[in-house]
Design a protein around this ligand. Sequence first.
Ligand SMILES: Nc1nc2c(ncn2[C@H]2C[C@H](O)[C@@H](COP(=O)(O)OP(=O)(O)OP(=O)(O)O)O2)c(=O)[nH]1
Length: 334
Amino acid sequence: MTIREEIEAREDLILSPQATKSRTARRDREEAPDPLRTAFQRDRDRIIHSKCFRRLKHKTQVYIAPGDHYRTRMTHTLEVGQIGRTVARALRLNEDLVEAIAMGHDVGHTPFGHVGEYALRDLVGHFNHNEQSLRTLEVLEKDGQGLNLTKEVRDGILGHTGAHKPVTMEGQIIRLADRIAYLCHDFDDAQRAGMLSIGDLPRSVREVLGTTPSQMITTMVMDMVRESMDKTEIFMSAEVTDVMNEFRRFMFTEVYKAPTLIPDRNRAAHVVKYLFLHYLENPELLRHEVVRQGGEDRIISLTDIVDYVAGLTDQYAIKLFKEIYIPRIWDPAN
Ligand SMILES: Nc1nc2c(ncn2[C@H]2C[C@H](O)[C@@H](COP(=O)(O)OP(=O)(O)OP(=O)(O)O)O2)c(=O)[nH]1
């Protein structure tokens, strides 16, 4: 018996009947199993070692180019993983699956987060970061070979937001853990930025969730665990769900769509649109990317341009913008 088989046998003993067992996981392209790690551990490791995962460090969560104590997409991802694992362990669900989904869920975010997502959507009509996360991992990574992840991990990544609800309990945990994480950490960052203080929170949020990010996470996590115990789906109580929705509406008005952040958001959208249009006019500039993906002679498509621009980090997008834009408007010889 291999160590992996022992771990799989342990899952049968320890995990709840509702848990997704790694033994049943399937990949589109069959692969020999690993001697040490289960399929979900392996997926998590593949994601952590991927290039798109490393780029999360340089992608905006809310604030563009903030100080070192503000969240980035990377720290957000780690916080979602932590919250998700706590819930999964409490409910005896598969922590490795939860962690793999968490690590991959946001790798498709554009530079400047949602601002870049909306800019690309304006230009091409359809663009969602959850679909791009899946595409990045399954099609673009490893020079176009993709990571060949299990269908359970792919389902959780696609379903972490939007219309598709994940089929596994573990995927459903991430859908809520993502929201819990970003609301609490963005409130924390908003206090750090001097945009908000505790007294600004709606009274119901203070009364039901608490007043510190730590209390808020605890309340929502405890509620999720309590409501989902011995169930076949992940739930939160009606009361906590209502207050969480109120907290979310508050964060949208006071932070995400706050007038003070609009100039930065407009500049960021301009950079993304400018780069996209530049590559649309000069697609051959992306030949090296397409060659790396194994497409030597193929025509460079709109999708190639979207993939390239979506994959940029904030800083790299700004660098490209300066390299392209400044020579156009300023000739030092004159
Ligand atoms: N939705 C949204 N989020 C924004 C915007 N600007 C900044 N953010 C930040 C707030 C959160 O930290 C984060 C929410 O985006 P995520 O991709 O983490 O969550 P997602 O849209 O998947 O979650 P959701 O289903 O909307 O709760 O992005 C914005 O204009 N819209």
